[in-house]
Design a protein around this ligand. Sequence first.
Ligand code: UDP
Length: 444
Amino acid sequence: MSSSRPRRIALISVHTSPLAQPGTGDAGGMNVYVWQTAQCLARRGVKVEIFTRATSSADAPTVAAADGITVRHIVAGPFEGLDKRDLPAQLCAFTAGVLRAEAMQRPGYYDLIHSHYWLSGQVGWLARERWGVPLVHTAHTLAAVKNAALAKGDAAEPRLRVIGEQQVVAEADRLVANTDTERNELITMYDADPGRIDIVTPGADLDCYTPGSRSDARAELGLPEEASIVTFVGRIQPLKAPDVLLSAAAPLIERQRATGRRPVHVLIVGGPSGSGLDRPTALIDLAAELGISDAVTFLPPQPATRLAQVYRSSDLVAVPSYSESFGLVAIEAQACGVPVLAAHVGGLGVAVADGRSGMLVDGHLIGDWTTALEKMLSSPGQLNAMGRRAREHAEQFSWEHTTDALLASYARAMDSFAGNRVPAVGVTPLVRATRRWGRRRARM
Ligand code: UDP
């Protein structure tokens, strides 16, 4: 095994800062991923510098965020109010800021670049060429995958993004995929070279997310003591399908009411993001239309320690997403000893052990989700057993484990790059990808 290890890495996260509160706007699992792995890398002696776009005039150019971790805020476009869709036009400004920051350092300052999401991959691609160091890229989500499973009324990702992703896939030295499913998507939808893909499963903070007293958690959050609580955690957007959960829970709530049995309560935690369903009031309106407003609690995005209490207060956590490259919420809930009911899409098939730590549902038919909810909630003994197995299942997914695999990927990138320093000429992977793209367009 190779022992190549970077001393200092440039980690690029253009569109969202690891210092932002996840669960609303553009901040979600990627922020948690970047921050958690940066901390693990720093503890192992790798210096991490994170480049992100300044989104406030109060953002200092550099912030010593933790031991061994510096966040560099790059000015590229207006601080506030710039939509993610407008970011491609700011990539030149952002890249100029990244190159300038490096130029102020001694030569060979960074040993490796790790880019997160395609916008950062574009920046990393150019930095790789300028600095002569390898680029490792993690997509986090892929437009072609998302477009193949769009929620009703959700806007398709633009072709511009698919092209941009394809370029990064062709140019990166290594690609990090969350699961085997994502690896296959990269190969079949983006023509990725299978030999350059590493599967690195994400993790959860297993010290923060632990089982605990359900009644204490409910008392702290002001939730009903005598109810079955089904929880949704994440950004309120069509892709995450919180509306499917509300619609599926409604008949169950009605039935329990009519029969006087243990009530069902839905807890929704997170803020708006994206377009469509994400009007802050859209879900509140839906609950009112369904006649279940009194059985639904909405909470704004919560920091991790309080989110752990959210999970502990729940009988069940639902992840009904249309597409999910992994689904950190599913692992965090299980780490708290709570079973998960999830859509059988993307990485959720790995994140949830079907029938053991939770259940997977095919498709998004409301009736199927009502049946699945009822099945799980109606047998408390089985739910408790699943909860115990859920913690065991989650223990396989730690950020330390993720970091071991990332370091192995970095070593591969450094070794292959060392043997291939001169930029390729002629029919490069990029030329091949571009030709294929042209052929596809011609057939459209
Ligand atoms: N999250 C949070 N507070 C909230 C809601 C979500 O900290 O109120 C975090 C959550 O802990 C998880 C992340 O946001 O780590 C969401 O990640 P996931 O992979 O489930 O979804 P993504 O945002 O990547 O689509």
